[in-house]
Design a protein around this ligand. Structure first.
Ligand SMILES: N[C@@H](CCC(=O)N[C@@H](CS)C(=O)NCC(=O)O)C(=O)O
Length: 210
């Protein structure tokens, strides 16, 4: 059985929802961020950065949500296009785009300490919001041309990842739901039984959409 180290609503949620979608039983190990459990020596042996998610699959220990997502979709041959296909190329591009662009902006937004700051001055905060909004605009343009999912008519694990990032914007001055094609994709993902199960298991409430 898989073991997933997680914190509610964090970068582990895409992997948690994916495992539900794949119908895979999983042992969930909750890390309490309020007591910095993710920085313990034991957990750092699994991920030296002390961050979730970490997936354990027998002797394989994997961190980085994008790598775990690709590993699981490949292993179970579901929720990702076949290797070598044109859609696969697009799928890989989406995963790389999201983790190389949205994720670092959100990391900065939520962790000013990464820049040695306790909190951001207003102009820096505004700049981060603008950077994220520009990415929402790019994704919305793309989805308006070919949606409702990132792969057009085909739902994939990339949509789970995008929805997770959208959720993180819920308390920002401009939330991702201000963009109609993004709202449509979020509504589709949030209508899935896996989303409801995820919310129950992680005891999430905000931005439920159901
Ligand atoms: N690039 C990593 C980022 C992981 C990450 O930043 N996780 C955050 C939660 S969203 C975390 O564990 N934060 C705890 C900390 O930094 O102490 C991934 O996508 O897996």
């Amino acid at each position: 059985m898989y073991k997933l180290f997680y914190a509610p609503g964090s970068a582990s949620m895409v992997i948690h929802q994916l495992l539900i979608e794949l119908n895979q039983p999983v042992e969930l190990v909750l890390l309490d961020f309020t007591t910095d459990q993710q920085k313990s020596a034991d957990f750092r042996r699994l991920n030296p950065q002390g961050r979730v998610p970490v997936l354990v699959d027998d002797t394989t220990v994997l961190f980085e949500s994008a790598a775990i997502l690709l590993y699981l979709t490949e292993k179970h041959q579901q929720l990702a296009p076949a290797a070598g296909s044109a859609d696969r190329a697009l799928f890989l591009q989406h995963i790389a785009f999201l983790t190389n662009n949205l994720a670092p902006q959100f990391r900065l937004w939520f962790y000013p300490a990464d820049l040695g700051l306790e909190q951001y001055p207003a102009d820096l905060r505004q700049q981060l919001q603008q950077n994220i909004s520009a990415l929402w605009q790019q994704l919305d343009d793309q989805l308006s041309q070919r949606g409702p999912y990132l792969l057009g008519d085909t739902f994939s694990a990339a949509d789970l990842m995008l929805t997770m990032y959208m959720r993180w914007s819920r308390n920002m001055p401009q939330t991702a739901l201000a963009w109609p094609a993004l709202q449509r994709l979020a509504d589709l993902v949030r209508a899935r039984p896996s989303w409801r199960q995820l919310y129950q298991q992680e005891q999430l409430t905000e931005w439920a959409g159901f």
